[in-house]
Design a protein around this ligand. Structure first.
Ligand code: SF4
Length: 855
């Protein structure tokens, strides 16, 4: 762990983790997210399945995320198979590996994870032997052909109900010791489950000609699974709280699923139909449970179009009123123009000014009609003016280039619209964010061509030249990524071999711009004799498509008629409150749009009185001394700080908050210790607004703070500055494979030398500092001579302590200039390599009092 970037990703010590006993479960899932921890932990779908499986008495769910390349390399060097974070079991030991398919550019990571799990890639290679069932699911499961060969089964559609049905069946099959082919056949009989090995693609003259079942008794068409009503769908009441900072580090609440606004490019707008809103009371309950159990300082209302939620104003009003005293921010993803009312702006501005994104998608009125965006320029400009007038000074506008029928005039209209938006601000900035249109399966534009990488770049250059103001900034999605996304979006099974070849050539973490190398895919395709650029071409309206055997419930002729209406610039209204357009999804018995008709009356609870209280209450400061041991040593300073902030909120400590748009709990910390260093003597000071019982405060924090962190002492701070910088700090060091003779010899040389220069790098500058001026009392000590209490408390290092005859004890004197870290010092003292330095255990044992008092 000390040798890899962000070791916190691999600890599995998150607050609210299930940690179910292995032996108690009859079926064990490992949920795999094929991207880095920061992305995977932000994915709501995985949290939902994790919570559902772990609430089932006979099942357990663990998790694994794709390791970064440095960790991958180390695992290979050390022959360590990839493991489930909580159980520590290698992937091979699970019954089911449920892999999320969130976007196309994560496909190479699936191979990385399988390979590190020592699992053969192809389903056909796993027919014999005891391999886990490899189950896919998630957004890309609606067109899984490019990765079909790697999966035993793919769950298409909503997973809440099906995951348990699948689990129950596999449990029984395991009990009956059914052969793999029988298991797969029976899985194919569950609605929503696609078993790729039971279907055969047909090609002729290098062209895809269709796909057909290999047996008469498997469905011709796989129908997607739909949860008819979200009210009954489970939602995690104790969500996992990440250990390290993640991309969406907040409580995500899914308030509705599906959107029927009818944007013709939007895949989710078809594949999640119909709209199903959660009742307001359920959302409020979810918010309360989620915040109470995590301490998150922000919650985000999630849905494909949050502003369209029937009770949105009442909901935001209720949430902001309730959570104002705790300074919990309510954030909304990009809102549709027309749904953003002045009242909503007022409410969210009251707590925290999160950014504002509007998505006109196209610059010209004509092109917005083609895509059925249904917003006029005037609507957009009025909304922008309203946003600026409410105090925001930066609006982000999202556009697409390469949309069907686009002309140069449409491109010029993007820049013009950005200028008009800017003109509505007295003082402000506009950022335009540009993505390339990628035609997606199951949409009215699924037959359209995609512009090439070079054409994307040409459009971007044109836009840059035409922005016309320095106050308009431009960002864009990398065209190379859109190219690859386009290939895999509408690709067929032949891409599986291309993917394998590209992966063997080194394709990794392709969704990260700095990692993607499309030449690997071009070379791989050439070797496979495939022209991958051809996947971007326009498709025959009546020809076979690689996803024809997977149904979203929406009829193909509805998609074709919507395509025709695009050319006619005809508007198709939202069916949730207007007439049904007969797309085919609803049966109006079980499946139908679910919209909330009753919103609660305005809720105005005690916010003003509480706010008043927090202003007038007497503020005092509590000084905490805490230890940071074991896995917690891999939490960086900022992650430790977030961990404390959230633990304080969970423990309901009446902490004071700073003023301004980003109110923060008033908690200060002592000098950060380096990542990897353990400590028995860290300090934090909490300002509280009410009298508190000190012991109760420490106890309640200890009940909620993650493993490895522990409040050792709490006291009311005397004086204004609660944390004073120590003049001297004491450390114990267990060098990696320390050689006692070598240590004694090195120490003698150090002690006899008049100076001991150590080169360190700070802010890019190399400095040479004299360690003799900073380190004193450097001595070898026998582990037995160390204070018994310290030895007991340094439990995580017990094994290493037992093995060693001597440790190094030393004191570091603090100076106002740059300081040598204890790790840097022992590296030169004992001539350690970088790796040996990082693997050494270092414990801060105390400060100020003489070192002898700790030994
Ligand atoms: S069937 Fe009708 S109501 Fe249902 S999603 Fe389709 S258009 Fe909307």
């Amino acid at each position: 762990m000390p040798l890899v970037r962000k070791p916190g990703r691999y600890l599995g010590t998150e607050v609210n983790r299930a940690c179910r006993p292995w032996e108690d479960a009859m079926i064990r899932f490992c949920l795999l997210f094929p991207d880095l921890y920061e992305i995977g932990m932000s994915h709501l779908g995985l949290h939902i399945l994790y919570s559902i499986i772990n609430s089932t008495s006979w099942a357990l769910a663990d998790r694994a995320y794709c390791p970064d390349t440095d960790m991958e390399q180390r695992l290979r060097e050390k022959n360590i198979p990839l493991w489930g974070l909580e159980t520590g079991r290698s992937l091979k030991e699970f019954d089911v590996l449920a892999i999320t398919l969130p976007y196309e550019l994560c496909y190479s990571n699936i191979l990385t994870m399988l390979d590190l799990g020592e699992i053969p890639f192809l389903s056909e290679e796993r027919v014999k032997g005891e391999w886990p069932i490899i189950l896919g699911g998630g957004s890309c499961s609606v067109q899984p052909e490019p990765v079909a060969d790697f999966f035993d089964a793919v769950l298409v559609g909503d997973g809440e109900e099906k995951i348990i049905e699948i689990g129950r069946f596999i449990k029984e099959a395991k009990g009956q010791k059914l052969p793999k082919d029988e298991i797969l056949y029976q899985l194919s009989q569950i609605q929503g489950v696609y078993v790729p090995s039971l279907y055969k693609p047909i090609y002729s003259n290098g062209l895809f000609k269709g796909i057909e079942p290999k047996r008469a008794d498997v469905p011709q068409i796989v129908e997607r699974a739909i949860v008819p009503d979200l009210e009954k769908a489970p939602f995690p009441s104790r969500p996992l709280l990440p250990t390290v900072n993640i991309v969406h580090d907040r409580l995500g609440l899914e308030i509705a699923r599906g959107c029927t606004r009818g944007c013709r490019f939007c895949q989710a707008g078809i594949t999640y139909r119909p709209v199903r809103e959660r009742p307001l009371s359920t959302v409020l309950e979810m918010a309360e449970k989620g915040l109470d159990s995590t301490g998150w300082e922000e919650l985000s209302l999630l849905s494909l179009s949050t502003g369209d939620y029937s009770c949105i104003t009442t909901l935001i009003e209720a949430l902001t009123t309730k959570y104002l005293p705790q300074k919990t921010a309510v954030s909304l993803p990009s809102l549709r123009v027309g749904t953003l009312t002045p009242r909503i702006m007022e409410l969210i501005r009251g707590i925290r000014k999160t950014g504002f994104t509007l998505a006109p998608e196209a610059g010209s009125e004509r092109l917005r009609k083609v895509i059925n965006k249904g917003i006029t320029e005037e609507d957009l400009l009025d909304t922008a003016e309203e946003v600026f007038s409410h105090g925001w000074n930066n609006i982000k506008l999202y556009f697409m280039i390469g949309l069907p029928t686009e002309t140069l005039d449409d491109l010029a209209a993007i820049a013009e619209l950005a200028r008009k938006v800017l003109a509505r601000a007295k003082r402000g900035q506009v950022t335009i964010s540009i993505g390339t249109f990628v035609p997606k399966p199951h949409t009215p534009f699924q037959w359209e061509g995609q512009i090439s990488e070079e054409e994307s770049r040409e459009c971007l250059r044109f836009l840059k030249r035409n922005l016309g103001s320095r106050a308009i900034k431009m960002k864009w999605h990398e065209p190379r990524q859109s190219f690859l996304e386009g290939v895999f979006s509408r690709g067929d099974r032949r891409l599986g071999n291309v993917l394998q070849r590209a992966w063997r050539k080194g394709a990794r973490l392709d969704a990260w711009t700095d990692r993607l190398d499309t030449t690997l895919y071009m070379e791989a395709a050439k070797e496979e004799g495939l022209d991958i650029k051809a996947y971007l071409l326009e498709r025959d309206l009546h020809g076979p498509l690689p996803w024809d055997h997977i149904s979203m419930g929406v009829k193909k002729d509805f998609l074709q008629s919507e395509r025709q209406r695009a050319w006619e610039l005809a508007y198709t209204s939202d069916c949730r409150r207007n007439k049904c357009h007969k797309c085919g999804v609803c049966d109006f018995k079980q499946i139908r749009p679910v919209v909330q008709k009753k919103c609660l009356d305005r809720i105005k609870e005690h916010s003003s009185s509480l706010e008043e209280k927090s202003k007038t209450a007497q503020i005092s400061t509590i000084l905490l001394t805490y230890s940071k041991l074991g896995a917690a040593r891999f939490l960086g300073h900022l992650d430790t700080l977030h961990t404390f902030h959230r633990a304080i909120r969970r423990a309901r400590i009446p902490v004071a908050y700073s003023q301004g748009f980003h109110p923060m709990p008033k908690v200060s910390f002592g000098q950060p210790i380096p990542l990897g260093t353990e400590s028995l003597a860290e300090q934090a000071a909490i300002m509280v607004t009410e009298p508190v019982d000190i012991q109760e405060l420490a106890d309640s924090l200890n009940q909620t703070i993650p493993e490895g962190l522990y409040i050792e002492e709490a006291a009311v701070a005397a004086g204004k500055k609660a944390i004073k910088e120590a003049a001297v700090t004491h450390y114990l060091i267990l060098p990696w494979r320390g050689n006692n003779e070598k240590m004694a010899e090195a120490l003698n040389i150090f002690q006899d030398s008049p100076e001991w220069m150590v080169e360190i790098t700070r802010k890019g500058k190399t400095l040479s500092l004299n360690a003799k001026e900073m380190f004193c009392d450097v001595q070898l000590v026998n582990p037995e001579d160390i204070d018994q209490e310290i030895r007991n408390r340094w439990k995580p290092a017990r094994e290493a302590l037992e093995k060693s005859q001597f440790l190094l004890a030393l004191s570091l004197k603090h100076k106002d200039t740059a300081q040598i870290k204890p790790t840097e010092f022992i590296k030169t003292l004992l001539s350690l390599s970088d790796e040996e330095m990082k693997l050494s255990r270092i414990l801060k044992i105390g400060q100020e009092r003489p070192l002898g008092e700790f030994l």
